[in-house]
Ligand binder design. Structure first.
Ligand code: FES
Ligand code: FES
Length: 347
């Protein structure tokens, strides 16, 4: 069946009636008169999903009455498990796949992550298709959305106020991808010039933004992945002056004057780096989420002289976790690409 485009703002939201895993039923009609956020999960695994859910969950908990949300899963077990790890979810999590994804198809977002804000009359007032990662703290979201001033007189109607709040809060949670080299303005930001993959990126960022978030959300370089965001998985590995680092543990403002290499900067003049080619050749990946970090770490590992044999590779690549367990292929790829990698400049 030809897939439909996502419904536009101003379009009536299709009604739905679904049940959650406990058999509780919810329909769009149940929310008439309230502002409703409908959050669709993607049909692929993404370790950042629980974090995004938790953030939305927390924002919702601090919004005024009259604002509701439902999650809709049209995915498989992995996504449900990820979301299920958050027992504190404030909103129903409805199952669409038992109905053959009829609701996500009706919204035109089958298989995609998406958010719709639907007003009390059932009209779509805002939407976000796709995702690029949570950035701001809940306090920042609340403040940016104007909720800290909610007791002050407002010139717009309560419904418009709630819809505006929802749209801003959700928009900030799901910042759109930025084109390479663009500047993300922030009222609290400082101009920071970063040398990324040989290009100068001038970003306006707050002092507490990590390098990982600056790369992904401000510079639009989403090849660097966010796994744990705590320095434990290696998914966010990049090279700084040729040394591998966990970008989730570094402040972006402190990287001025250093050469940052991300996975986007590894290929040269349209040719993959030998390590990239070797990962493909030896099936050094399955889902691919850890792969950018694995490849950059592997390149550095070779240049460090820590890839002489299987034991060394295992020990010196142990900071890069692969949930799919593609370790055998990764090890073979590193051994295969070792000689060619040493002939390449590391940055
Ligand atoms: Fe896991 Fe940085 S995201 S170490
Ligand atoms: Fe899937 Fe490593 S986590 S390939």
């Amino acid at each position: 069946m030809r897939s439909k485009s996502p419904l536009e703002v101003g379009h009536p939201a299709p009604d739905f009636k679904l049940t959650d895993e406990h058999g509780r039923c919810a329909s769009l009609n149940d929310y008439r008169g309230q502002t409703l956020v409908v959050a669709f999960c993607p049909d692929y695994w993404d370790p950042a999903l629980p974090l995004r859910l938790a953030q939305l969950n927390e924002v919702l908990g601090r919004l005024p009455a009259g604002f509701e949300a439902v999650g809709i899963s049209h995915a498989g077990v992995m996504v449900d498990l990820d979301f299920g790890t958050y027992g504190c979810v404030r909103f129903p999590f409805l199952q669409d796949r038992s109905s053959n994804d009829v609701v996500s198809r009706a919204f035109g977002v089958k298989g995609q992550e998406a958010l719709f804000v639907i007003d009390g009359a059932g009209i779509i007032r805002w939407r976000q298709i796709g995702f690029s990662g949570p950035q701001l703290t809940v306090d920042e979201l609340i403040q940016s959305a104007g909720l800290d001033k909610r007791d002050e007189p407002h010139s717009i109607s309560r419904r418009d106020f709630l819809v505006t709040v929802a749209a801003v809060a959700v928009a900030l949670t799901l910042l759109p991808r930025q084109a390479k080299g663009t500047v993300q303005e922030s009222p609290k930001g400082l101009p920071v010039a970063l040398d990324i993959n040989g290009s100068r990126h001038t970003l306006n960022i707050e002092p507490n933004v990590t390098l990982l978030d600056a790369l992904r959300e401000r510079a639009g370089l989403t090849g660097t992945k966010k796994g744990c965001d705590h320095g434990q998985c290696g998914a966010c590995t990049v090279l700084i002056d040729g040394r591998r680092v966990n970008s989730c543990l570094l402040l972006a403002t402190m990287q001025q004057g250093k050469r940052i290499t991300t996975i986007e900067g590894l290929a040269h003049e349209g040719e993959l780096h030998p390590m990239q080619e070797a990962f493909i050749k030896h099936d050094g990946l399955q889902c691919g989420y850890c792969t950018p970090g694995q490849i950059l770490s592997a390149v550095a590992c070779v240049h460090e002289g820590h890839a002489s044999n299987d034991d060394q590779i295992q020990a010196w690549m142990s900071g890069n976790i692969c949930r799919c367990g593609a370790y055998v292929g990764i090890r073979e790829a590193i051994k295969d690409a070792r000689a060619k990698t040493l002939k390449e400049s590391i940055v």
